[in-house]
Design a protein around this ligand. Structure first.
Ligand code: GLU
Length: 309
């Protein structure tokens, strides 16, 4: 059989491309620095690129000036995007295009249910129960019964979720007109060619939704690695308010050393670091991805089953 022209073209080696995608809801804190440093280390260790994307899609939760302060803090920590920083607020056309496709294919639908309507079913949407139609319907992804999603997380192992039962039809565009994180993150990870999503374990239970959405849109699924959460000095999970205490960009070494230790790495490797650039160099030489430990299942969402092999 004659060879197809496409067979003669060697597939382009897909180079590792990671990212850090903060929401500008406050200053860079210990949890976000851990995600930034962890994703940077894994990308650099793989000889790949690392991009920064500002997820500024939720104006009501945004803090004025936070995005620029986060970027300035990242710079002070020596963590600098390999390409132009992407701002989600400028990319509505991409989210609209994806939404239109899902609506046209009947995979998404307009929903007139109110919170009160859904309260009776614990907020899990399986079918519309709206008592009246609203001028500003949300748009949801239809999640068929039996949508059980399993994936292998590089750090947390096998993870499984029955998205239909435990999450239900989820929102893609909110009733207030803003884009939902789930839609935007999936569109942008694909548009930016992200091969590896590395982020905090607090987002583990969003991942099955994101994989469903990738499939509905015919987009590739990246590899996932969810880092352990930042713990308090007593080893317990930090409260939301403690966890959002900003890190000090004026004194970057202690916060980088704390994140390094939380990533399971040997503290001695960074003991003699003289500044952030020197610390990052030493970190990269000593970094052992296998030393990153899985989060305690109690730290992560109870909706997920983390399956021990
Ligand atoms: N913007 C999200 C957050 O700050 C993270 C998104 C992601 O890494 O997928 O929580």
């Amino acid at each position: 059989m004659p060879e197809q022209a496409s067979d003669l073209i060697a597939p382009k080696a897909t180079r590792y491309r990671g990212r850090f995608a903060p929401s500008p809801t406050g200053d860079l804190h210990a949890g976000s620095l851990l995600a930034a440093f962890g994703s940077w280390l894994l990308a650099r260790h793989a000889g790949g690129e690392w991009l920064v994307r500002i997820e500024d899609l939720d104006p009501p939760r945004e803090v004025a000036g936070a995005a620029h302060r986060q970027l300035a803090a990242l710079e002070a920590f020596g963590l600098i995007s390999d390409g132009p920083v992407v701002w989600q607020s400028t990319r509505s056309h991409l989210y609209q295009e994806a939404l239109d496709r899902l609506l046209a294919e009947g995979l998404a639908f307009e929903c007139h249910c109110s919170r009160t309507d859904l309260a009776a079913v614990h907020g899990i949407h399986r079918s519309c129960v709206a008592r009246s139609s609203r001028p500003d319907p949300a748009v949801r992804l239809r999640v068929p019964d039996g949508s059980v999603l399993a994936f292998d997380d590089a750090i947390q192992g096998r993870v499984e979720q029955d998205v239909a039962q435990e999450v239900g039809d989820f929102v893609l565009r909110r009733a207030d007109g803003f884009w939902a994180y789930q839609l935007a993150v999936v569109v942008d990870d694909a548009a930016q060619g992200i091969t590896d999503v590395v982020r905090g374990a607090d987002l583990l239970d969003s991942t099955p939704r994101q994989i469903l959405l990738q499939r509905a849109l015919g987009l590739p699924t990246p590899r996932y690695a969810h880092l352990p959460l930042v713990l308090g000095p007593d080893g317990r999970k930090l409260s939301k308010s403690d966890a959002s205490q900003p890190v000090d960009p004026g004194d970057p070494l202690p916060a980088l050393r704390a994140a390094w230790a939380r990533l399971g790495q040997a503290p001695s490797a960074l003991a003699d670091a003289t500044g952030p650039a020197d610390l990052l160099e030493r970190a990269l030489r000593a970094f052992d991805p296998a030393a990153i430990r899985a989060a305690d299942p109690h730290e992560t969402s109870s909706l997920l089953r983390m399956i021990a092999d």
